[in-house]
Design a protein around this ligand. Structure first.
Ligand SMILES: Nc1ncnc2c1ncn2[C@@H]1O[C@H](COP(=O)(O)OP(=O)(O)OP(=O)(O)O)[C@@H](O)[C@H]1O
Length: 283
């Protein structure tokens, strides 16, 4: 389990970013960390990886204090940062040099992921395109079998087929021991992939619910004509019509439209959260 407790943090000379931030991440789930540019997603991920130290509060990763960055914790974390550079060596050498830091590293899995991403095993890293490098890092990260996989904007630079390969691979890689955190502002890329939606805004978590609960409590409509106003939690223009997030009173789980949900949370988190707090479905 990963637990951030009462985290306070400010960058030097900046205003406070996190003020009493609390978050728990459980194994067996994929978390989507969503937020606009500058919301604090990367900073939060760096706290989890022990790369930024809180001014006060604590982050524990599988029982370890993240800031201590003990080897036993580090072999259980793999972070794919938004910006990265790879050395000008062969893919094979990179794997040989870096795979040893992860006691559960699997070459067989790596080969399978590389094949899925259509990456040549004998490539030189410097000759790969940005998207191919990203896919290599995703394949390598998964093959480490680290229990915590943190990905900052993993779909940036991936083409459309690669995005579906990414979704397929991520779903197959999840097991009951793993925690996967994917941060992005490209919310559509996480559709049908994540189990939990965590939304950050100005350093605060303004929404944190699992998809099952969301699909039970909310519905997503593409034509709000005829929907009673008191059921509408958020509305936006969609090609001459109104689309939006509404209270789910059907008794059936709805398909979650992450983009509409995200827009709704950005515009009216209070109404959506209030509905979550008050909602009780009568069976
Ligand atoms: N090294 C730094 N020094 C000072 N301020 C910083 C630093 N890094 C980030 N910030 C500030 O902290 C806030 C959060 O930044 P962060 O990179 O965590 O956001 P983000 O949600 O990941 O954004 P994006 O989606 O654009 O990557 C922003 O206001 C940013 O300007």
């Amino acid at each position: 389990m990963i637990a951030l407790k009462n985290i306070h943090f400010r960058y030097k000379k900046g205003k406070p970013l996190f003020e009493n931030l609390n978050l728990t991440l459980e194994p067996g789930f994929i978390y989507g960390l969503l937020g606009k540019n500058g919301a604090g997603k990367s900073s939060l991920l760096k706290h989890i990886a022990g790369l930024l130290y809180p001014d006060s509060g604590q982050c524990t990763v599988f029982g370890f204090d993240a800031t201590a960055r003990k080897p036993a914790m580090l072999e259980d974390i793999y972070l794919i940062p938004e910006e990265f550079s790879l050395p000008p060596i062969s893919l094979h050498n990179y794997v040989k040099t870096n795979g040893v830091f992860y006691s559960r590293f699997s070459y067989n899995q790596l080969q399978a992921y590389l094949a899925e991403f259509e990456l040549p095993e004998n490539a030189k890293l410097s000759t790969l395109s940005y998207g191919q490098k990203k896919k290599f890092l995703i394949a390598f990260g998964l093959a480490t079998n680290a229990r915590l996989l943190i990905m900052d904007e993993p779909t940036n630079g991936l083409d459309i087929p690669s995005k579906s390969q990414f979704r397929k691979i991520m779903v197959s890689a999840l097991d009951e021991e793993k925690v996967i955190v994917i941060s992005t502002h490209q919310v559509r890329d996480l559709e049908n992939l994540i189990d939990n939606v965590v939304v950050l805004e100005n350093g605060s978590i303004i929404f944190n619910h699992n998809i099952g609960e969301i699909s039970e409590k909310l519905a997503f409509e593409y034509d709000l004509a005829g929907v009673p106003a008191d059921e509408v939690l958020y509305a936006e223009d969609l090609q001459g019509r109104k689309a939006g997030v509404v209270k789910n009173i059907s008794g059936h789980d709805a398909r979650v439209d992450l983009e509409l949900l995200f827009n709704g949370i950005m515009k009216n988190a209070a109404a959506i959260n209030e509905h979550f707090a008050s909602y009780k479905y009568e069976y």
